[in-house]
Write a protein that binds this ligand. Structure first.
Ligand SMILES: Cc1ncc(COP(=O)(O)O)c(CN[C@@H](CS)C(=O)O)c1O
Length: 400
């Protein structure tokens, strides 16, 4: 039995080159970077090099800030709560715009902000799983403090029109944050070309270590800190620096940029091969047009088969997939993304997410195709809600 990992939107394997870059900073160069002695300052060159890689990979300028955080969840919390403190609690604004399909580290914070009295608009997505810029424009008022819309969706891979949304926000004088977690390392990300004011990212999504992420801040825009208690990161985010994590994230960013063409061509080819084979089965639907999707992601619905049942059959065959975001994998509710793109309630319980990476091989895809078809056939044969009727029989049934 092969072991095939196809849940890369949940987290990725640390690239061996990244691990090698990190290793010295656990047992050889381990001083506190804030210490004045040689043990502390010995890691400074590596930290500077890592930050340089991040600035270069994201297209950030010297006047911009990239602040290292513990993860994208922290970065997302920081932007929303910082804007709340600065522009709503202590300002004239009272409104935030986001979408119905954001990661819980956006939507849960927005629900909390509503408890503080903030008005939040959750924009619906169209059948392709995105929000269009003109829709954003329609909901901006003179009380809007922030627009927060993800660059790419973690379940569908749908890519949002970030440049157009940024133009609308700039025209209206509203700050724009994007959760770039599923974009960095998968598609080209240039924060200046995109025109974003803030962007969250997370190393473990592009073959870096877990527990380290960042927030890009255009022109070093002031933002009340989430964590106080030290002059780390220029006083913007307190806490002793995660030196191996930052070194790893910098190396992972460097490699992600190097492999972007590989993602666009090789990973996309394998994803399309897998998706085409799966769609040969009857009553299976994939979400979102491929040309506007991250190159590694498939979200399919298998009519008549619960998503969790597919996961267990695939898991028994050694294949790791998910029913959607890992954060929501515990509940057996309908996948909200499927509902948002218009799937009926039965179909919304049948989503399976397959997300490849640059380490996915052709043999692994061929094995997955074979096992996916077997799982569908087996589960439909015992399904109480699915009775496959060949096209020919449907015609006869109509006659009769
Ligand atoms: C768009 C987006 N935004 C934020 C996060 C959170 O990243 P952290 O660094 O883990 O805090 C994630 C992580 N989504 C994983 C785990 S829930 C998924 O299975 O889809 C994400 O996809």
């Amino acid at each position: 039995m092969m072991k095939v990992y196809l849940d890369n939107n949940a987290t990725t394997m640390v690239d061996p080159e990244v691990k090698a870059a990190m290793d010295p900073y656990f047992t050889e160069i381990y001083g506190n970077p804030n210490s004045l002695h040689d043990f502390g300052t010995a890691c400074h060159p590596a930290l500077r090099k890592a930050m340089d890689h991040m600035y270069e990979a994201l297209g950030a300028r010297d006047e911009d800030d990239i602040v290292v955080t513990s993860c994208a969840t922290e970065s997302n919390n920081w932007v929303l709560k910082g804007i709340y403190f600065d522009l709503i609690k202590n300002g004239e604004k009272d409104h935030i715009i986001t979408t119905e399909v954001e990661h819980p580290s956006i939507t849960a914070v927005c629900r909390w902000l509503e408890e503080q009295g903030v008005h939040v608009t959750y924009l619906p997505v169209n059948q392709d799983g995105i929000v269009e810029a003109h829709t954003v424009r329609d909901f901006i008022t003179d009380k809007t403090a922030l627009v927060s819309i993800m660059w790419a969706n973690n379940e569908t891979g749908a890519i949002f029109p970030i440049e157009q949304i940024a133009e609308v926000c700039k025209e209206k004088g509203v700050l724009f944050h994007t959760d770039g977690v599923q974009a960095v390392g998968k598609i080209p990300v240039d924060v200046i070309k995109a025109g974003v004011d803030f962007m969250s990212f997370s190393a473990h999504k592009f073959h870096g270590p877990k527990g380290v992420g960042g927030l890009y801040i255009r022109n070093g825009h002031p933002l009340t800190s989430l964590l106080h208690g030290g002059e780390h990161m220029g006083g913007r985010r307190s806490g002793t620096l995660n030196v191996p994590g930052i070194v790893g994230m910098g190396k992972a960013m460097e490699l992600a940029t190097y492999y972007l063409k590989f993602e666009e061509e090789n990973v996309r080819r394998l994803r399309d091969k897998l998706e085409d084979a799966i769609l040969e089965l009857p009553d299976i639907y994939s979400v979102g047009p491929r040309e506007n999707r991250t190159p590694n992601t498939i979200l399919v619905s298998v009519r008549g088969v619960e998503g969790e049942a597919m996961l267990w059959d695939l898991n028994r065959a050694g294949i790791a997939a998910s029913t959607g975001s890992a954060c929501a994998s515990e509940d057996l509710e309908a996948n909200p993304i499927m509902t948002a793109v218009g799937a009926d309630s039965e179909l919304a319980h049948t989503a399976v997410r397959l997300s490849l990476s640059r380490f996915t091989t052709e043999d692994e895809v061929d094995y997955t195709i074979e096992q996916f078809k077997k799982a569908v056939e087996r589960l439909r044969s015992i399904s109480s809600s699915y009775a496959y009727m060949p096209e020919s029989m449907k015609d006869k049934q109509g006659e009769g």
